[in-house]
Each structure stands twice: as structure tokens, then as C-alpha cells.
Design a protein around this ligand. Structure first.
Ligand code: FE
Ligand code: FE
Ligand code: ZN
Length: 299
């Protein structure tokens, strides 16, 4: 099972620190933001300590790296020209950074239509992706994430993602990242009909296009369009379904990345759950006592 989580990349150690963090969780995959997810300030590639990070990862047998673009960039904005242009410019640079880092894909949220309607928003996203992918400096794939449909988010169902694929000239560079929390919050019935969801995904996009799975439980009922992640087995999707997805043969060769929340302790601090969630998924047995163990294990 190729399993990991998002890990930090900051300070002096940068990617070397990311590698150490992932190894500490017993992961064999990892996902990083190249800087703060809520802004577009980034260090030059030479300062990321890429080679040292990879030396460390290889020693630990970790081979799958995914990069996540910051969630503030919006290719779907058809109102403010500067926001759209920033997104295009930034994504091109992010593709260069991701390629230099040796990532297998760059995950991006398709965008938000900011009140203009899905029609206009999708057209803008397609225009933006065409501009981004015209730049032939990079070859790394761009994975569009399935979204929960919160606010005016685009990519809330497979149809919308399929329309983006249809409109993008260089769609051989596009892939998808399926986020279990987002699909559930967007209305897909992962619990009762995972096979049906897979068939739908295969029909509209193709299972081969899936480059990453974001494995998260959800705090909200199916269809809530909320996007609030929960720890594995503690939410509305539940352990059995998430384990089935993590273990399914269709995605055995692609990384499953946890983006579950840190667990609050009694000391007002919060603790990373990934080492524990990864171990639980590898064993395939839910531990209802996991949150207590995380806090006690880390304190
Ligand atoms: Fe995301
Ligand atoms: Fe996600
Ligand atoms: Zn989310």
C-alpha cells in the first residue's frame, strides 16, 4: 500500500525536513506544499535542499512525491483579471518547481467561479489551463482535485472535471486527484456504492487518469458540500470504506495521501495523527482508541 500524508516544508531543512517527517510516520509516499498553502511566496529552487531530501527518502524506501499547489490561486475567476493571471503565472512556476523536485504530479484545485456560475467558471479554468500548459518547459502532469462543492467551487463532480479535460488542448498532461472527503461531501456514496462511483469515474474520466488519492474521513453527512476532514474511521465515511479504497486493486500503484486533522491534546497542543493512521490502515483494523493513543504517544 503506497501510503503517506502531507508533511511540512519550511525552515532551514526544507525538503530534507519533509523527508525526515515522512520517514517518521512510516510512510512510503509524501505530499508537500512548496511554501505556505495560503500564499504564493516561494523560495528559489536552489534553496529547497532537493538532493539531500531525496537521498534521505531513498535510504528509507520512500519513492512517491506529490506536490500540492496553494489553495488561494484561482483559475476560475472571470471577474478579476489580475487574480486569474497570477494563477496562470504561479502554476507555471509551480510546475517547474515540482518537476525540479522530482514529483510525480502537481495537485491543483480547479478553481471557484466566484458567483459568475459554473458555465463561466469552467470556461475560465479551461482558458487558464490552456495558457499554463502551452509552456513546454515542463512535462510533469497536473492533477485536478475533486472538490466538495463548498461555496462556488468548481470540480464538484466528475462531469465538471470531464468538461475541463474536454476543453484543454494539452489534456495529455491532465490527471485527477480523488479526495474521499470531497467526493462524500459532494454527494458520492462511497459507503454503499464505491463500485458504482468507480464505474462513473471510469466512464467520465477513466480510472487510468487517477494519479493520487487523498484519503480523508469527513466530519459531515454525505452531500453536505462542506469540506471538513476527519481522522480515518472517526467520520461519516468510516474505516471500512476508507480501508476498501486504500486497498483497492485499481489504485494499488498510486499514492494514497492523508490530509486528516491534527488531534487536540489536553494541553491545548495538537498532535499529528499520520504515524498512527498509516499503521492502522496497513493493519486493516480500526482502533476506536486511536485518538487517545496519538495524544499519549506524542506528548
Ligand atoms: Fe486539496
Ligand atoms: Fe484533498
Ligand atoms: Zn479538503
Amino acid at each position: 500500500m503506497i501510503l503517506g500524508s502531507h508533511v511540512g516544508m519550511s525552515g532551514k531543512e526544507m525538503f530534507l525536513g519533509s523527508a525526515k517527517e515522512a520517514a517518521g510516520y512510516g510512510a512510503n509516499a509524501l505530499m508537500v506544499y512548496t511554501g505556505a498553502p495560503q500564499n504564493t511566496r516561494r523560495k528559489p529552487i536552489e534553496e529547497l535542499r532537493i538532493q539531500e531530501g531525496w537521498d534521505y527518502l531513498r535510504e528509507q524506501g520512500i519513492g512517491n512525491l506529490i506536490i500540492h499547489a496553494p489553495y488561494i490561486i484561482n483559475l476560475g475567476n472571470s471577474v478579476k483579471e489580475d487574480i486569474f493571471e497570477l494563477a496562470v503565472r504561479f502554476l507555471r512556476l509551480e510546475l517547474e518547481r515540482s518537476q525540479a523536485m522530482g514529483a510525480e504530479a502537481l495537485v491543483v484545485h480547479p478553481g471557484s467561479h466566484v458567483g459568475e456560475g459554473a458555465e463561466k467558471g469552467l470556461a475560465r479554468v479551461i482558458q487558464g489551463l490552456n495558457e499554463v500548459l502551452e509552456d513546454e518547459k515542463t512535462t510533469i502532469p497536473l492533477a485536478l482535485e475533486t472538490m466538495a462543492g463548498k461555496g462556488s467551487e468548481l470540480g464538484r463532480d466528475f462531469e465538471e472535471l470531464a468538461r475541463i479535460f474536454d476543453g484543454v488542448r494539452h489534456n495529455d498532461r491532465l490527471r485527477v486527484c480523488i479526495d474521499t472527503c470531497h467526493m462524500h461531501d459532494g454527494g458520492y456514496d462511497l459507503r454503499e456504492d464505491w463500485e458504482g462511483v468507480l464505474r462513473e469515474l471510469d466512464r467520465l474520466i477513466g480510472l487510468k487518469q487517477v494519479a493520487v488519492v487523498h484519503l480523508n474521513d469527513s466530519k459531515n453527512p454525505r452531500g453536505a458540500a462542506k469540506d471538513r476532514h476527519e481522522n480515518i474511521g472517526f467520520g461519516a465515511i468510516g474505516f471500512d470504506t476508507l480501508y476498501k479504497i486504500a486497498a483497492c486493486s485499481e489504485f494499488s500503484q498510486i499514492p494514497k495521501i492523508l490530509e486528516t486533522p491534527y488531534v487536540p491534546g489536553t494541553d491545548k497542543k495538537t498532535y499529528p495523527p499520520y504515524q498512527y493512521e498509516i499503521a492502522m490502515l496497513r493493519q486493516g483494523v480500526f482502533d476506536p482508541d486511536l485518538k487517545r493513543k496519538i495524544v499519549e504517544g506524542e506528548q
